[in-house]
Design a protein around this ligand. Structure first.
Ligand code: BDR
Ligand code: CA
Length: 330
């Protein structure tokens, strides 16, 4: 099993990342930090607790409050995509049966997880990089102790902000934190970036929606079906996606299966380039939040960020369906 810590901002697609982290047998989810992002931090925390309650994991997965705001920029949320709550579109979300853990800070909780699984643990980040960058900034000795940092963020040839077509939301909301990871020699080479170039291939079409619903036999499948429908409507109105929404965040988990040799390249088919990246962080730049390529390294070297461009989408959707099946039975 791959030990992981998930930092997220649910978020409709974050909800799918939580599902896969909790239920795919290849992963051991040690904890979650819920950070500001798609909605203010109190809302993403509530959504996380509600989701793990819906999945029956409320007594198993500790949830901490993560980063509360970006390093430098003013907080910006995404109600145009995820609604005011961050997870609009369903009445099937239960009242949380767990609370945020308050025994320690998320920084201490992540530190303990990393120290307990030194050399094997990976961090999965599906929101801004604020929490992750804060951790390594304050505790640099942890850098050598993590295996990978798998991040949904950025876009090389694609963007998704109306304000600025070259920027992607997770990097745009805290480009300074992103740069801390991209410019650090140790962290950048451990970073697997899953950018829009890849996630825009993971479209939840009508067929995928039906797969999610299956025979509609479980509340959890109905909950995810309703989340997908709302997400699709948002993406159609705000971004002009006509065939369905791109389900970005859970894709971060798939390359890990190949890099930990749990699956083969034939199965996962993760295609990547090794790139030195920079996030444009000047508030007045017309390209604020863009992930710019500074240099490309040969794939054989272990310098530069691993930036994904393709993977086996059939395999990915199979994993989503598998996790939904396992979650519905539990
Ligand atoms: C990213 O932005 C958020 O709205 C999604 O949850 C995803 O993490 C896509 O740009
Ligand atoms: Ca997210």
């Amino acid at each position: 099993q791959i030990p992981i810590w998930l930092d997220c901002d649910p978020g409709h697609d974050d909800a799918v990342a939580i599902l896969l982290s909790c239920f795919l047998p290849q992963f051991k989810l040690l904890g979650i930090s819920a950070s500001y992002g798609n909605a203010p931090p109190d809302k993403t925390a509530y959504n996380t607790l509600s989701l793990i309650t819906a999945m029956g994991k409320q007594n198993q997965i500790p949830v901490y409050a993560g980063a509360q705001r970006p390093w430098v920029r003013k907080p910006i949320y995404a109600p145009d995509i995820h609604g005011q709550s961050g997870l609009d579109g369903t009445s099937l979300l239960p009242e949380p049966k767990a609370r945020l853990c308050s025994d320690q800070s998320y920084l201490n909780a992540m530190t303990n997880a990393i120290e307990a699984y030194t050399g094997t643990i990976s961090i999965v980040s599906t929101g801004s990089l604020t929490s992750t960058a804060t951790l390594f900034n304050e505790r640099p000795h942890l850098k050598s102790m993590v295996k990978f940092i798998s991040v949904m963020g950025g876009g090389i040839n694609e963007g998704n902000r109306n304000e600025n077509e070259t920027a992607e939301f997770n990097i745009w909301i805290d480009p300074h934190a992103a740069n801390m990871i991209f410019q650090d020699p140790i962290l950048s080479s451990k970073c697997i970036l899953v950018p829009l170039d890849l996630t825009h291939q993971a479209i939840a079409t009508k067929e995928i929606e039906l797969m999610v619903l299956s025979d509609g036999s479980s509340n959890l499948r109905r909950l995810f079906y309703e989340l997908f429908i709302f997400f699709g409507q948002s993406y159609e109105h705000a971004q002009g996606f006509e065939t369905g929404p791109p389900v970005h965040d859970p894709l971060t988990l798939i390359p890990l299966l190949e890099f930990y040799h749990i699956e083969t390249h034939e199965t996962v088919a993760f295609e990547y380039r090794r790139l030195q990246l920079q996030a444009i962080d000047h508030e007045n730049s017309p390209n604020l939040g863009q992930t710019r390529v500074l240099k490309e390294y040969p794939k054989t070297c272990d310098t530069g960020t691993i930036v994904g461009f393709k993977l086996n989408m059939l395999y990915f959707w199979d994993q989503v369906n598998l996790a939904l099946g396992l979650a519905s039975k539990s």
